[in-house]
Design a protein around this ligand. Structure first.
Ligand SMILES: [Zn+2]
Length: 295
């Protein structure tokens, strides 16, 4: 604690003394008026009839002022006022809406980017030898570069990287791509999934929505919200990382039908992932809703 902090209570004490002395020169009614005000916030204490009436008058005056302030022509809508009041109720000391999920302290941590299958196996393989691992690594490297350019610390991680154990980061995303098998005509699009047993489902849900929303905007690929497999939701890295690290896995597209964008426009794929992470980190608005991503 600094010296100035120590002085603060003393200042309060010295300020009240002259005020108290001033009461001596006021009439009993004026003293009553002055002392009745705090009772508005302390209904538990017994109060006189006169004080009660005064409290009601004061409350009515405050309400009237509020409604004048937040008139329909005012910038503030009724909904905003309601939110502000709710925020104030839950935390009267701050006037802000408490929806900030990523704190300033968390922003000093790195962002983890797992290049799926890197240094472990090839992942999906196409008939001509194109591997999921090489596609993933190219995208992951571009995402890392984008986020470094935005001023973040970024760890590019292998599939079974030693650093994944209790990994502490603002967020972590594992980048994969879907099979190259020509399954059917609809084997196109991307999937995003968070851990099934996330300790902070609210944050996990927000990162999922941010990722899906921004990825869709950047790539134009179809979001496949209901098709996240067990392989995704029970992804091994989700159990290894620190429980406070919010993580998702993304299947960026199918190596067969989405091959062109995955291999020829990896910068668009990377932009979608980078923007998804930034949306989460910076608490940006998302147009996708919860309903569209229920597994
Ligand atoms: Zn994979």
């Amino acid at each position: 604690m600094s010296d100035s902090d120590d002085l603060t209570p003393l200042d309060h004490t010295s300020n009240t003394t002259p005020e108290m002395n001033n009461f001596e020169s006021l009439s009993p009614e004026e003293v009553n008026k002055a002392t009745a005000a705090p009772k508005v916030e302390e209904p538990a204490k017994p109060f006189s009839m006169w004080g009660g009436i005064q409290s009601i008058v004061v409350a009515a005056f405050l309400l009237a002022s509020l409604f004048t302030l937040f008139s329909p022509t005012n910038l503030f809508s009724g909904e905003m006022l309601e939110r502000a009041i709710q925020a104030w109720r839950s935390n009267p000391d701050s006037g802000s809406v408490p929806d900030v999920l990523v704190t300033a302290e968390a922003n000093t941590l790195p962002i983890g980017i797992v290049a799926g299958h890197w240094k472990n196996d090839s992942g999906a393989v196409c008939p001509d030898g194109l591997t999921e691992a090489e596609v993933n690594l190219k995208i992951a490297t571009l995402v890392q570069q984008n986020l470094i350019n935005e001023g973040y610390k970024v760890d590019l991680l292998e599939e079974f990287d030693e650093r994944l154990s209790l990994y502490k980061g603002i967020a972590l995303v594992s980048i994969h791509a879907d099979t190259c098998e020509p399954i059917h005509d609809e084997a196109s699009g991307f999937k995003v999934a968070a851990a099934v047993h996330s300790v902070n489902p609210e944050k996990a849900s927000r990162l999922t929505l941010c990722m899906a929303d921004r990825f869709q905007s950047a790539t134009g690929l179809t979001y496949m919200p209901n098709s996240s497999s067990n392989d995704m939701t029970y992804y091994h890295a989700f159990d290894e990382i620190h429980s406070e690290t919010t993580a998702v896995i993304i299947e960026t597209g199918f190596l067969n039908l989405d091959r062109q964008i995955l291999t020829e426009k990896p910068e668009l794929i990377a932009e979608g992932i980078s923007n998804g992470l930034l949306c989460f980190i910076r608490n940006e608005k998302v147009s996708l809703t919860e309903e569209t991503q229920t597994p």
